[in-house]
Design a protein around this ligand. Structure first.
Ligand code: AHM
Ligand code: MG
Length: 336
């Protein structure tokens, strides 16, 4: 049994919280104002509040539908609404936030509209992705993407419509068997786990690399007959080679597994959702950047990096193929 690290004094393995990690990252960038770190700190506090609500789901009256629909026309769960409000309130209090856009709100929320305001950011998020899993105690998550705000652009929609490669920070929080936050600021991918006794996110792994290959795919195979031919060919190809199928139906949980263990995640166009189901700006872009930062690939179509897609609408959807570099290449080979 490994010794408890607290029994030995090992200066080479300091205890690092997300706050100290962010301060150290910030110190590496000359002239950094600390604004982005302060926003990421708001994300981590929001995550703790949401995690606490998710953990109490059967104890408090927070399960079930809120009785409202979101901008996508989907029923909102009460926890969708609670999570959205927590994020809006936390981020609204941060001086560096200019605009906030949520998958749950039709219009972006302008927090500060000051043309002289420099070093400000736009924050986009899906407050509680996969929330239909809540009723069965399944994994759910928060996904976020942060872009610079150009003070010369007055219109909120225009300010937000930047391709994913312009992101300055992206991450997700998985409320699973533990609460995990995975983050990139363009310097690799780092993972933190919430220590519930201390109430702090602790750094557990730096510079995560997704395995280059793993014979595993993650897709809703119930839609298979309505996928374009190439995706069906890929599934035949993979099954002939003994691939495993792993699908939670909650993007954060599925992508987290692929980040750590490898494989490929697919959400192709379907008859019901001809442009794919997942949202480019709230889901695909942050996940694509994380996976690329971990050495993987993320495509909307063969030869089309998700991060290079120019959004025309903040709620637009995209097909998604992401994961281990070799596994994405195998999908592309079948898509032709
Ligand atoms: P949501 O944002 O409404 O929760 O939907 C997104 C979720 C993803 O987490 C997941 O990958 C996908 O929908 C699952 O869709 P399906 O049930 O069609 O397989
Ligand atoms: Mg979602």
């Amino acid at each position: 049994m490994p010794a408890d690290p607290l029994l030995t004094l090992d200066h080479s393995s300091p205890i690092v919280t997300i706050q100290s990690h962010l301060l150290a990252e910030q110190a590496r960038i000359p002239g950094s104002t600390g604004t982005l770190s302060w926003i990421l700190s708001a994300m981590s506090i929001s995550a703790k509040i949401i995690a606490n609500k998710v953990r109490c789901a059967r104890l408090e009256d927070v399960l079930g539908e809120a009785g409202s629909g979101n901008v996508q026309g989907e029923q909102q769960q009460k926890l969708d609404v609670i999570s959205n409000n927590v994020l809006l309130r936390l981020l609204g209090g941060r001086e560096g936030v200019a605009i906030v856009a949520s998958e749950e709100n039709e219009e972006p929320v302008i927090i500060r509209n000051d043309p002289s305001g420099e070093h400000r950011y736009c924050v986009l998020f899906d407050p509680l992705d996969g929330s239909s899993n809540l009723d069965v105690c399944g994994g759910v998550g928060t996904i976020f993407s942060i872009l610079r705000h150009d003070p010369k652009v007055n219109d909120a929609q225009t300010a937000l419509l930047q391709p994913g490669r312009a992101q300055v920070a992206a991450g997700y929080v998985l409320y699973g068997s533990s609460t995990v936050m995975v983050l990139t600021v363009g310097n690799g991918v780092d993972m933190f786990v919430l220590d519930p006794a201390v109430g702090a996110f602790m750094l557990v792994e730096r510079g995560i690399r997704t395995p280059a290959a793993n014979k595993s795919y993650s897709v809703n195979e119930g839609n298979r007959r309505t996928f374009p031919d190439g995706y069906q060919k890929y599934l035949d190809w993979a099954q002939e080679r003994g691939y495993s199928s792993r699908y939670v139906g909650s993007m954060v949980a599925d992508v987290h597994r692929i980040l750590l263990k490898g494989g490929v995640f697919l959400y192709p166009p379907t008859k019901k959702a001809p442009a794919g189901k997942l949202r480019l700006m709230y889901e695909a872009n942050p996940m694509a950047w994380l996976i690329e930062q971990a050495g993987g690939k993320a495509l909307a179509a063969p030869g089309q990096r998700i991060l290079d897609v120019q959004p025309k609408n903040i709620h637009e959807r995209t097909p998604v193929v992401l994961g281990s570099a070799e596994e994405v290449d195998h999908v592309v080979a079948q898509l032709g």
